[in-house]
Design a protein around this ligand. Structure first.
Ligand code: RIB
Ligand code: CA
Length: 315
């Protein structure tokens, strides 16, 4: 049995972030969640951090430390997505107010301290929101770049184009400068973009199977996704809404469910028309360094079988 993979989850919960966190906490044999760091994104930092506390308690894991990170992007004004996630960011289930408190250390300092004290290349960063915390950690302590085992991020879009603008995916768009710092840092990066997540659709049958699990987690996840999918169902008119963040954790558990290639990905930070676009040189026409494992496809049936089986392990 290989050792479990040590990870830090950086997140802006968000219903899909919540499902990703639950999937990780349901998989202790493969994943050791060292800590969770909230970042401003889907909604403001206060709600995102509070939601992260609610999620670890829902999973029966109040021992997982939760930190608050950055409250706004590195340079730009914060853009949020209450129109998708609701005013609290976790609308849908009526989860109790958290009993546990946030850690007092700033989330950026927690990321730095963990990477500087752990054995090099033993901690993976799983990012589910804007990359502000990781970008700021790299600016404050550049040496961490060589100590990161891998950054697995939900973000970006190329063949599937953008979701917050015609060119940009939300996580990158909110803080393109942070994304640029992260993509240039030299750490191994795997990107789960909309090209993948738009194939991972939460159809009614798949949501019904999650509700049929019959535990409190399955019911809460059903209520979360039933709420958050509304905007995308109206926008795209598909059979199900794309499910984004849990693909990061599913990739850790079953990389065989996904396919992509190493290529250069560069962030547009200047043009107001295309700011936040992830320009993926998928056909290697620029000759630029191949810095990102850019995933382009995912096996939806296999993903939902994994997700449903793992959620059943929680309370
Ligand atoms: O574009 C999808 C991403 O934006 C997901 O991480 C979702 O939670 C939102 O943060
Ligand atoms: Ca997110």
């Amino acid at each position: 049995m290989p050792m479990s993979r040590k990870i830090i989850i950086d997140t802006d919960p968000g219903q899909d972030d919540a499902v990703a966190i639950l999937l990780a906490l349901a998989s202790p044999e493969e994943i050791d969640v060292l800590g969770i760091v909230a970042v401003a994104g889907n909604v403001g930092l206060h709600h995102n951090a509070n939601n992260a506390l609610k999620i670890v308690e829902l999973a029966g894991r109040p021992d997982i430390p939760v930190y608050a990170g950055c409250a706004r992007p590195m340079r730009r004004h914060l853009v949020t997505a209450e129109h998708v996630h609701g005013d609290t960011g976790l609308n849908g289930p009526d989860l109790p107010a958290p009993k546990t408190a946030l850690q007092t250390r700033h989330g950026v300092d927690y990321i730095i301290d963990t990477l500087m004290t752990a054995e090099p290349k033993t901690v993976t960063l799983c990012t589910l929101g804007p990359l502000t915390n990781i970008g700021m950690a790299l600016v404050k302590q550049p040496e961490i770049a060589d100590r990161i085992a891998e950054i697995i991020m939900m973000g970006g879009a190329y063949f599937e184009v953008g979701n917050i603008t015609p060119a940009a995916e939300f996580n990158i768009y909110v803080d393109p400068e942070a994304a640029d710092v992260v993509l240039r840092c030299g750490a191994p990066i795997t990107m789960m973009p909309l090209d993948v997540t738009h194939q991972i659709q939460s159809t009614p049958d798949r949501l019904a199977a999650i509700r049929a699990i019959g535990n409190r987690t399955g019911t809460a996840v059903y209520e979360m996704l039933t709420f958050s999918e509304g905007f995308d169902l109206r926008k795209y008119g598909w059979a199900g809404a794309p499910l984004h963040d849990p693909t990061v954790i599913a990739y850790l558990l079953r990389p065989d469910l996904f396919d992509g290639r190493l290529c250069n990905v560069t962030i547009e930070t200047a043009s107001e028309l295309t700011v936040g676009m992830t320009v993926a040189d998928y056909w290697h026409v620029t000759g630029k360094a191949k810095t990102v494992q850019y995933m382009r496809s995912g096996n939806a049936e296999g993903f939902y079988a994994l997700l449903t089986e793992r959620l059943a392990r929680l309370p």
